[in-house]
Design a protein around this ligand. Structure first.
Ligand SMILES: Nc1ncnc2c1ncn2[C@@H]1O[C@H](COP(=O)(O)OP(=O)(O)O)[C@@H](O)[C@H]1O
Ligand SMILES: [Mg+2]
Length: 317
C-alpha cells in the first residue's frame, strides 16, 4: 500500500514518434501516456506495425521520441546526452530480443559480461560475475562456446543472464519467445516469471495471447495508441523487492536446460544490432567490489572458472 512499494519507475507523457514529412508523415506512437510501477509485469500486444517495438526502444533509450516527456526512475531522460544515455541504459535497463542479439564474435561469457562495461570494474571481475550468473542459469559448461553453438532456447537464456547482470531496474523484452518452440517458450516464461516474482519490473511485447497469464497488466495497442489497458493484479499485490533491495535471481531447479535442442534454423541466427560493444572509459577504475550480480549465490561461494560439476546440483531429473 505504501507509495514506497509502488514507486513509479517509468512515466511517459504525451510521447509521439513521427516518421517522414508532409504527405509521408506517419506516427509510430501518438501522444502516448504510460505510467509503470516498480514490480509490474506488463505485456504489450497489438498488430504488426502498431508501435510496440518503437515504444520499447524509447523506454529503453535506444530511440528518441519526436515529442513528449519521459521520466525514468524519476529522471527526465528526454534531453540527456547520448553518452549519459548509454551509461544510464547499461545500468538501468536489461534487454531481451526476439533474435537474442548475442554478439556472434564473442563467447557466451563475454556476451553476458557486456553490460558491465559501464560498471567501472575490470574485465577480469566482469568475467567472473558473468561466470557466476551463468552458473545460476546452468549454462556454465557453455561459457566458452560461441553463440552459434547453442540452441535458440539456450541463447535466449544467455540473453536473459546478460539482461540481468548489471542489476537493472527494468527488463524490456521484445517478443522474447517469438523464435522459440512452445517448450522453450515455456522455459523462458518460467524464467521471466521467477525474475518478476522477486520484484523486478518487466515489460514484454508478445503476439501470443496465451502468455498474458504471466502478466500483471496487459496493454493492447492500435495505430500507435493504447487501445485497452487492463491490470490483472492490483498495485498493492505486486511483488516487492527491486533494485534497491538487491533483488536476487534464483534459477528454478527442476529443469535440464542443457538438453534443449536446436529446433529450427532461426535458432542459430543471431543479430548483434543494438548491442553496445565499445569499451567504456571507466576501465581505469580500480577493481571495485561494490556491484554484485543480481544473483543469489545459492551454492558455491567461489566463482572459479574451473570445472563445473555444479550443473546437476539442484537439477533433479
Ligand atoms: N526507421 C523507421 N522509419 C520509418 N518508419 C518506421 C521506422 N521504424 C518503424 N517505423 C514505422 O513505425 C510503425 C511502428 O513500427 P514498430 O514499432 O516496429 O511496430 P511493431 O513493433 O508493433 O510491429 C510502423 O508503421 C513502422 O513502419
Ligand atoms: Mg516489433
Amino acid at each position: 500500500m505504501s507509495s514506497q512499494d509502488n514507486e513509479t519507475i517509468i512515466e511517459l507523457k504525451g510521447v509521439s514518434k513521427r516518421y517522414g514529412f508532409g504527405d509521408a508523415e506517419s506516427y509510430a506512437l501518438r501522444n502516448f501516456d504510460l505510467t509503470v510501477k516498480r514490480g509490474e509485469f506488463i505485456m504489450i500486444m497489438g498488430p504488426s506495425g502498431c508501435g510496440k517495438t518503437t515504444l520499447l526502444n524509447i523506454i529503453g533509450l535506444l530511440d528518441q521520441a519526436s515529442s513528449g516527456e519521459y521520466y525514468l526512475a524519476g529522471k527526465n531522460v528526454a534531453r540527456v546526452s547520448a553518452g549519459k544515455k548509454a551509461r544510464f541504459r547499461a545500468k538501468e535497463i536489461g534487454f531481451i530480443f526476439q533474435n537474442f542479439n548475442l554478439v556472434p564474435t564473442l563467447s557466451i561469457l563475454e556476451n553476458v559480461s557486456l553490460p558491465l562495461i559501464y560498471s567501472g570494474c575490470r574485465k577480469s571481475r566482469r568475467l567472473r560475475m558473468a561466470d557466476n550468473i551463468l552458473e545460476h542459469f546452468h549454462l556454465r559448461e557453455r561459457e566458452y562456446y560461441m553463440p552459434y553453438q547453442l540452441s535458440g532456447g539456450q541463447q535466449q537464456r544467455v540473453a536473459i543472464a546478460r539482461s540481468l547482470i548489471a542489476d537493472p531496474s527494468i527488463i524490456l523484452a521484445d517478443e522474447p519467445t517469438g523464435n522459440l518452440d512452445s517448450r522453450n517458450s515455456h522455459i523462458i516464461m518460467e524464467e521471466l516469471q521467477e525474475i518478476h516474482s522477486q520484484g523486478n519490473t518487466i515489460i514484454m511485447v508478445t503476439h501470443n495471447p496465451a502468455l498474458t497469464t504471466y502478466a500483471t497488466r496487459v496493454i493492447n495497442m492500435l495505430d500507435g495508441e493504447i487501445d485497452t489497458d487492463i491490470k490483472t493484479v492490483d498495485d498493492s499485490e505486486l511483488p516487492r523487492g527491486g533494485k534497491n533491495e538487491k533483488v536476487s535471481v534464483k534459477v528454478l531447479p527442476s529443469r535440464d536446460p542443457i538438453q534443449m535442442e536446436i529446433t529450427s534454423e532461426s535458432d542459430v541466427v543471431v543479430s548483434g544490432e543494438n548491442v553496445t560493444t565499445e569499451e567504456a572509459p571507466e576501465e581505469k577504475a580500480e577493481e571495485k567490489e561494490t556491484k554484485k550480480p543480481a544473483v543469489k549465490k545459492s551454492s558455491s561461494k567461489k566463482s572459479t572458472k574451473k570445472k563445473s560439476t555444479s550443473k546437476k546440483k539442484g537439477a533433479k531429473k
